[in-house]
Ligand binder design. Structure first.
Ligand SMILES: N[C@@H](CCC(=O)N[C@@H](CS)C(=O)NCC(=O)O)C(=O)O
Length: 203
């Protein structure tokens, strides 16, 4: 069994899984892919993840796991003593529901439009409109998430894989030009007080 390798890129969703790897005290090598320089398209990285995306986790048996919610769920299930997921089917399915929403809607749809409008048009005015539309999608998602969190400290009551997922989205505040609702700002500060999150941010 070899040491795990985790491929991440600065300022991306991959920070959320560093948080989880740190929470469980995993033994892993952190490998940086500079997405801004297009390193995700290098043949060496494509051999690991043909999708050309971070995050990617090479596990101890050499097999590769991709897609944020899948990696998060695998970490939670394979290290149950870390309590990254409350027990029971209901908690598991609510975790999937919330992670899918953050990744598929807020990130992949909202975030892509808000932060990468140049992928869709070369026209400056059109890019502004596209980015604004993306921001609206994220802001609607943030309102929903704030409502879901309510007065709880964490989304499923106790700290879980969902919190690390929402955390990465909130980290795009400046990059995407977001207004974060106060409930989620307090949540973000609560997350930043966790030693594992501090280690992840310093990584
Ligand atoms: N659905 C994927 C999304 C991964 C993703 O979009 N990663 C971005 C960084 S946040 C990336 O690697 N982008 C590089 C590119 O698309 O070229 C997941 O859940 O892991």
């Amino acid at each position: 069994m070899a040491r795990m390798k985790y491929f991440h890129a600065p300022m991306t969703c991959s920070i959320g899984l560093i948080v989880l790897l740190e929470e469980i005290g995993a033994d892993y090598e952190l490998i940086t892919i500079q997405v801004s320089k297009g390193e995700q398209h290098n043949p060496e990285f494509r051999a690991i993840n043909p999708k050309g995306k971070v995050p990617a986790l090479v596990r101890e048996d050499g097999s590769v796991l991709t897609e944020f919610p899948a990696i998060a769920m695998w970490l939670a299930k394979s290290v149950p003593q870390a309590n990254l997921l409350p027990p029971g089917l209901e908690a598991e399915i609510r975790a999937m529901e919330l992670m899918e929403f953050v990744v598929s809607t807020a990130h992949m749809r909202g975030g892509t439009l808000a932060m990468l409008p140049g992928k869709f048009s070369q026209n400056d005015a059109a890019q502004k409109d596209i980015a604004e539309h993306g921001r609206k999608i994220i802001h609607d998602a943030l309102d929903f998430l704030a409502e879901r969190l309510g007065d709880k400290d964490f989304f499923l009551g106790t700290f879980s894989i969902v919190d690390a997922t929402v955390f990465y989205l909130l980290q795009w505040k400046d990059r995407a030009g977001l207004d974060i609702p106060p409930t989620l700002e307090a949540f973000q500060n609560r997350m930043k007080a966790r030693p594992a999150v501090q280690r992840a941010l310093a990584a």
